[in-house]
Design a protein around this ligand. Sequence first.
Ligand SMILES: N[C@@H](CCOP(=O)(O)O)C(=O)O
Length: 432
Amino acid sequence: MELYSTKKISPNVSIGEAVLKGLPDDNGLYMPVQIPELPKSFFDGIEKMTFQDIGFTVSQALLGKSVDDQSLRKILAEAFDFETPLVKIKEGFSVLELFHGPTAAFKDFGARFMSRLMRYFLQQTNQEINILVATSGDTGSAVGHGFLGVEGIRVTILYPKGKVSDIQEKQLTTIGGNVSALEIDGTFDDCQRLVKSAFLDEELSSKLNLTSANSINIARLIPQSFYYFHAYAQLKSDGKPVVFSVPSGNFGNLCGGLIAKKMGLPIAHFIASTNVNDIVPEYLRSGVFHARPSIETISNAMDVGNPSNFPRMLALHDWEYDKIKNEISAFSFDDNETKQAMREVFNECDYTLCPHTAVAYLGLKNWLQEQHEAFNGVLLSTAHPAKFIDVVEETLKAKILIPERLQEALSKEKVAQPMSGKFDDFKSWLLG
Ligand SMILES: N[C@@H](CCOP(=O)(O)O)C(=O)O
């Protein structure tokens, strides 16, 4: 697998280099030079395949010979040791529950695969690396857990003070070991800016061997394509075209689906569903991409004002606006609409959505209303509702159970270093 930079200035690299480096020096994003199409025989038998078998075929096609088959099978078996159920809640609406991993969010798919792939490539180089990860709620703990105890790797999580849920904060500040948390006085965009500035700082890069575990690292996107195949496999016999509604913030999740489609998965359409941080819906309406400061919402993991993966969305559509518009519809919703959707699904379907999945539900519902044929709609359910227990219980006027793995974090003491949003402070801390 050879990768190019979306800015097209830095040289092409191998997958091992791209994973360990995270970002090219020209500040673009790594993308595969070629995305292979999978053979028809794979799709003919896909409904009989396990999640891990699907993951093996997809990642083997993408990674080529850079990882041997035995190691790849081991990476997949260790990373995906939990269920990914597809639950039909009503006609045309199924929820793909991506929250059964250790940190109860879809980020476990990317983080657990990435940590093992990085370890595989690191063993061949004898390097030590420092991972910087910005989080608006879910990525931080998934990456922290994915890399906990991995020799030669230090992880620093940056999260915005007061802008993640209580459970999310406990999860990402209680990991310990080789994982530290910085509580940044600012927004998620500030956290992301600090991380990106660190990569561009020559002194830091030369002294610390920095890399990223956000979805700007291509290793996160490969596994985020597997579950699109897995959902399709379960719906295939039904015969109706499949559409995915993706709760979106940094747009890494949607890019995983776009890669799956390029590999031949017959996805009829994508719905990008956002909260009021509607940078991409606005782009699809106007053709203008205008990053702006993020606004706080109840679907906080999607409070992103400058979606990092936007250049990848362009690259996957040959930088043509019309091609993107044909493939993706986008909708945005405010908190009141989101709460209303949570109540609607709870009362009608006896199913509890987290605020992010509720945004996806609204996106699908709106899009289906404009169609004249029947579709199988899949909502990617990105997090367990208990991660947002206060807003969920208050909205539904009902009690929800907190899974044991989340309760465990709640019983621990928060350890986080408070920090301003100034780059100089962050740099001194890293160097110190
Ligand atoms: N939604 C994320 C923000 C970071 O996104 P990523 O997918 O680029 O890592 C979060 O929950 O932290």
